[in-house]
Design a protein around this ligand. Structure first.
Ligand code: PMV
Length: 317
């Protein structure tokens, strides 16, 4: 059995976070400048079934058996073994690394899970397809996130921009023109589970008002789909700003995220919004290619802890 690598990109949501949990469409893209990798090495001298897990980023080096049932990395390994090779586990070591910021709205958990499933299923001689990887990663996401919409595992498993709506066939977006984006980390962290449950409380107390906001967010995603495909920057920018205003009314923005959006717009961005669960994590700004570096610098001056410039429509993404 050879050594096998599996890789998965980070992701960013362009339109429709939170509303997607309530059945509205959302748009997300992979961000391959950051990624998670899993490397599986056979351990010929060890007895079958002995699995060693190494994850230097979290100081982990332990046998799989020693890890709790709900340990995020262990549950991805166990789910893959149960799916692909339920009756026989060879001895192997799996090492997981990630450059994706944690709890920042870039899908680090889903990316690590997808990298593990991709590498381990190939190592076991039954490489899973993208839909199969996405489905299995969704099961693992549910252990950790309660009621995920499924957008993270989907965009990360397919490694393509997606128009995603729960229960509907997936649409992979074939963009005709490249667009350029600046992603900035606010440095604040709130688990997605917390913001999703805060939004649920708002909705349950006032389904009429918040249901209407979700509908409006869904309309923005629908309007953004053709604008993203054709590279209509002014339209996309306006739609992002409207989406940010709606996210503010869901109370998932923060003073820092609002400041970063303002700083990006003041530096020439065409639109800006938070991305992901909110109350911290990342924001994203749309920019003309020549303005990306300036906007990135303005975001750092406004307090972003990290910025990433990325392109949608490159051969690699
Ligand atoms: O915080 P992230 O990047 O995992 O994004 C969460 C997106 C939500 O719509 C808030 C939740 C979900 O499951 O779709």
């Amino acid at each position: 059995m050879p050594v096998i690598f599996g890789k998965a990109p980070g992701k960013i949501i362009l339109f429709g976070e939170h509303a997607v949990v309530y059945g509205q469409p959302a748009i997300a893209m992979p961000v391959s400048r950051v990624n998670a990798t899993a490397r599986v090495t056979p351990n010929i001298s060890a007895s079958p079934g002995l699995v060693r897990m190494i994850a230097p980023d979290i100081d982990l080096d332990a046998p799989l058996d020693h890890l709790a049932e709900d340990h995020p990395l262990a549950s991805a390994v166990r789910a893959t073994l149960a799916e692909v090779s339920p009756h026989h586990t060879p001895a192997f070591t799996i090492q997981i690394n990630s450059t994706i910021p944690i709890s920042a709205g870039m899908g680090s958990g889903a990316a690590v899970t997808v990298a593990i499933i991709r590498a381990l299923s190939a190592f076991l001689g039954r490489p899973l397809s993208e839909p199969q990887i996405s489905e299995l990663a969704f099961e693992v996401e549910k252990i950790h996130h309660g009621t995920p919409s499924g957008i993270d595992n989907t965009v990360i498993a397919y490694r393509k921009p997606v128009y995603f709506q729960k229960g509907m066939p997936l649409e992979i977006l074939q963009v005709e023109k490249s667009t350029h984006w600046v992603i900035a980390d606010s440095g604040e962290k709130t688990p997605t589970k917390t913001t999703v449950s805060a939004v649920r409380d708002l909705y349950e107390n006032n389904p009429q008002v918040y249901g209407e906001i979700f509908d409006q967010m869904g309309t923005l995603s629908n309007d953004a789909r053709p604008a993203l495909i054709s590279g209509d920057l002014p339209t996309l920018g306006q739609l992002m700003n409207k989406n940010q205003a709606l996210l503010q009314s869901l109370q998932v923005s923060s003073a820092k995220l609002d400041d970063l959006c303002q700083a990006a717009l003041a530096a020439g961005a065409l639109g800006a919004k938070l991305s992901g669960g909110g109350r911290g994590g990342n924001m994203i700004a749309l920019a003309a290619q020549e303005d990306c570096d300036r906007i990135s610098q303005a975001l750092e001056e406004a307090g972003a802890t990290k910025t990433i410039v990325t392109t949608l429509g490159e051969a690699t993404e």
